[in-house]
Design a protein around this ligand. Structure first.
Ligand code: AP5
Length: 213
């Protein structure tokens, strides 16, 4: 099964993709995680992407399409994938379709996690992560034992640079302008499944399993 996860920033795409990948063995490919790793490693891609990401804007289509093409052509997604954060524009959605066709593959459905702007702001203002082991925390659902420190290695917890309130507002606007049109693109292909992303994580996962099974 090949799936795309859609939804505004903080809608739970990464959380649910991790859980589904663990449950099913599908590959979970997060373009946001890949870009953050490139920024951390100081690669050419990372240097180009960093400014766009810090401002909450989209990284140019050609760079993202090249990343996904390499993954699809390599065959490493052949056992089924969850694309988390791609596509984000109509050109990306059309390229994905073409790349899959060229590899005799197909997208089964696009899952949209619907969450209000207020909930997005609340979630992202409470999100922290460990820069050493990448463990995620959030207030108030998952608190570290000692405030501001990772339970696993004691490192000081950090916030993503794009989780600052003014950047979150921009990410929401960018989502509405550039990414929301692909909801209609998949709706017209009868591939869009909408899930209430404001339920607690376990209930969102149950809804997700009902749809994909
Ligand atoms: P990316 O990392 O993809 O960011 P995003 O889409 O804005 O999504 P997030 O990672 O913030 O949220 P999420 O929906 O995964 O939610 P999560 O599970 O983490 O992209 C970052 C940047 O990279 C972009 O802005 C862009 O610059 C660039 N980029 C990436 N892909 C690109 C592309 N294709 N084209 C161009 N540019 C691209 O959950 C969020 C928080 O909420 C967590 O703390 C979590 O614990 C909590 N939470 C999750 N579910 C629930 C729940 N049900 N109830 C309560 N809390 C919950």
């Amino acid at each position: 099964m090949n799936l795309v996860f859609l939804g505004p920033p903080g809608s739970g795409k990464g959380t649910q993709a991790d859980r589904l990948a663990q449950r099913t063995g599908m590959s979970h490919l997060s373009t946001g995680d890949m870009l953050r790793a490139a920024v951390k490693a100081g690669t050419e891609l990372g240097k180009t992407a960093e400014g766009f990401m810090t401002r909450g804007e989209l990284v140019p289509d050609d760079l993202l399409i090249a990343i996904i093409k390499e993954k699809i052509d390599s065959g490493e997604l052949n056992t089924g994938f969850i694309l988390d954060g791609f596509p984000r524009t109509i050109p990306q959605a059309k390229s994905l379709r073409r790349m899959l066709e060229e590899n005799d593959a197909n997208l089964d459905c696009a899952i949209l996690f619907e969450v209000s702007d207020e909930e997005v702001v609340k979630r992202l203002s409470g999100r922290w992560y460990c820069p050493v082991c990448n463990e995620g925390y959030n207030y108030p659902m998952k608190l570290p034992r000692e405030e501001g420190r990772c339970d696993k290695d004691g490192a000081d917890l950090k916030r993503r640079s794009d989780d600052q309130p003014e950047v979150v507002q921009n990410r929401l606007e960018v989502y509405k302008k550039q990414t929301q049109p692909i909801e209609d693109y998949y709706r017209e292909e009868s591939k869009l499944v909408v899930i209430d992303g404001e339920q607690p994580p376990d209930q969102v996962f149950t809804s997700l399993l009902e749809h994909v099974s």
